[in-house]
Design a protein around this ligand. Structure first.
Ligand SMILES: Cc1cc2nc3c(=O)[nH]c(=O)nc-3n(C[C@H](O)[C@H](O)[C@H](O)COP(=O)(O)OP(=O)(O)OC[C@H]3O[C@@H](n4cnc5c(N)ncnc54)[C@H](O)[C@@H]3O)c2cc1C
Length: 530
């Protein structure tokens, strides 16, 4: 890594900058996007959650549900620097794609078989967990949370052969193969053609995972919490936390609107974690990525797909909106592009208050194809600017993946013109910040004072039926938040409630400890990318 990048990643990421690039997902915005922006800051709370993305939403929902009848005794305030849910959750790729055969050998090598299985089971369980939360909160329509045929497509022959070996080993583990309804290997030319992929691919490995509109999922959950807990749950948009100091029995949280005191602070700020927790510099590092939303044109999705190639029963000859792809294009694990697709308008019921999706292709990646470009994104927190090289790459590479099936351009609609989306194939291109963890795993738990500028309360005894007072962190999903954040947030909520030191279903390597902190070296994880 060059000295300029070294220097940048050792600095504070700052607080989120106003006016980030315009992402496809929060258009139109939720009716809570500016919630509480004009409200007076309360003087105190029992728990302050900083950050309103999927992590903050999971923590708030779990706390309030677990407290049940006693929830009105505990006042929770959520602070958000910009609009509600305007970080990575509103700017991502929408994939619910857990670790499986691909990551298995490395996980076994690092943690042993038992823990490797735990991590994979934890991540895979998010597919159904997110679906069940969406269902419970009446958000299946708005969030479009659904199962999809999920394909890993390999260009490089050697890389595919390694993947096939890993897949074979993975399938031998009954505990793991039983997690999947179905898994498939596609390597004949005809099979690849039937998947509408170009002839440049060597092989494909498929199963069923999922996709969702994370912005609507999260804002839908927060809206419900605001309605059902009017007296004790408050969100303040456009209220950044600038600094924290420890007084005798509460922390003092400073914002431009004044201060709020609380015995518990939850850092759900992901890529921005180390601004308020400098001990996490070089442990959770911002990594700027780029996403696009593209019109599918006339060819994709209309091939005759033999049912034997589909992994989900719902797939028909028109596969639009029912597939996700990871395209492995280079030699290193971190080099891939990812594609999912919005649903067909005819498949969405009128129960959603949002405009119909238009089968937009949601396509991101390209991040690691050039080491210099990758380094320039490390520690770069400017999501108010797109990354021109990546935007150009993402807007031009899909025809190479789909060959002649890519088809001709489709016209932009009146609605697209009204919303001021781009013309041609690419509707929008925007950047967002990944929280890259120095050992690839999320960080979940109580923050030791030494990682929080030495802040420590003089009196930290438990109050309001919660755990002893303190600061808590949950983040660093390394671009895999949809298969980690929900249950990591729920685990942290259990810890704050003093139910346990750590729920047994949270993988041990995810927990915060000074020993782990000392061992986690960013340079090790960067080997997958550069
Ligand atoms: C381009 C891109 C593509 C991705 N694609 C995928 C994908 O396809 N699948 C997947 O699983 N994951 C993906 N991810 C990762 C995933 O989106 C994240 O892991 C997840 O959304 C993190 O959620 P979060 O709530 O922890 O953080 P965020 O959603 O980033 O929320 C943090 C919030 O904290 C606020 N905040 C920060 N500092 C402060 C402060 N000082 N005061 C007040 N508020 C503050 C921010 O404004 C923000 O709203 C992608 C990420 C990016 C950037």
């Amino acid at each position: 890594m060059d000295p300029v990048t070294q220097h940048r990643i050792s600095q504070s990421p700052g607080i989120p900058r106003p006016s980030p690039t315009r992402s496809y997902w929060p258009v139109p915005p939720s009716n809570i996007s500016q919630w509480g922006a004009q409200d007076v800051l309360p003087e105190k709370a029992d728990i302050v959650i900083i950050g309103s993305g999927i992590t903050g939403a999971s923590i708030a929902r779990t706390l309030l549900r677990e407290l049940g009848e006693n929830s009105s005794d505990v006042r929770i305030v959520m602070l958000e620097a910009r609009e509600v849910c305007s970080g990575a959750t509103a700017r991502n790729g929408g994939h619910i794609t857990p670790a499986w055969y691909h990551q298995y050998p490395e996980l076994v090598k690092t943690y042993g078989k038992e823990t490797a299985h735990e991590i994979i089971k934890f991540q895979v369980s998010h597919v159904h967990k997110l679906l069940s939360i969406a269902e419970e909160d009446g958000l299946l329509e708005d969030s479009q949370c659904r199962l999809t045929d999920s394909f890993d497509a390999y260009v490089d022959r050697t890389r595919f052969e390694i993947a096939r070996e890993n897949y074979t080993e993975y399938r031998k583990e009954e505990e793991l193969s039983s997690l999947h309804q179905v898994t498939r290997l596609y390597e004949d030319k005809e099979q690849l053609q039937a998947l509408q992929l170009s002839s440049s691919f060597s092989g494909v490995i498929g199963t069923v995972f999922g996709t969702m509109h994370a912005y609507r999922f999260v804002t839908g959950i927060l809206s419900r919490l605001l309605k059902s807990h009017t007296a004790n749950f408050q969100i303040l948009a456009k209220t950044p936390c600038i600094s924290i100091t420890a007084a005798s029995s509460t922390y003092v949280i400073e914002t431009p609107k004044g201060t709020i005191r609380s015995a518990h602070i939850v850092h759900a700020t992901n890529a921005w974690t180390s601004h308020l927790l400098p001990g996490f510099r070089r442990k959770i590092v911002p990594l700027r990525g780029e996403m696009t939303s593209q019109r599918p044109g006339t060819g994709l999705g209309f091939g005759q797909i033999p049912p034997s190639l589909s992994t989900t029963p719902s797939s028909s000859s028109n596969w639009q909106g029912s597939r996700t792809f990871i395209f492995y294009t280079g030699g290193k694990d971190g080099i891939f592009d990812y594609l999912t697709q919005q649903m067909q308008p005819c498949k969405v019921s009128s129960a959603s208050k949002y405009p119909l999706p238009r089968t937009e292709l949601m396509f991101g990646g390209g991040l690691a194809f050039n080491p210099e470009l990758f380094c320039a994104q490390l520690g770069n927190t400017d999501d108010t600017q797109s990354i021109p090289e990546l935007s150009t790459y993402l807007s031009s590479v899909l025809p190479c993946y789909f060959g002649e099936n890519w088809g001709d351009d489709a016209e932009s609609s009146e609605e697209d013109d009204r919303l001021n989306w781009g013309k041609g194939r690419t509707k929008a291109s925007w950047s967002g910040l990944i929280g890259l963890s120095a050992d690839s795993n999320p960080w979940v738990g109580r923050v030791p004072a030494s990682l929080a500028e030495g802040r420590k309360l003089e009196v930290d005894k438990s109050q309001a039926g919660l755990a002893d007072a303190g600061e808590w962190v949950c983040g660093g999903y390394s671009g895999e938040g949809m298969v980690n954040a929900w249950k990591c947030g729920a685990a942290l909520a259990h810890m704050i409630l003093g139910r346990c030191e750590c729920p047994e279903w949270l993988p041990e390597p995810y927990t915060v400890s000074l020993e782990r902190h000392a061992k986690a070296k960013l340079d090790d994880v960067l080997q997958s990318y550069i």
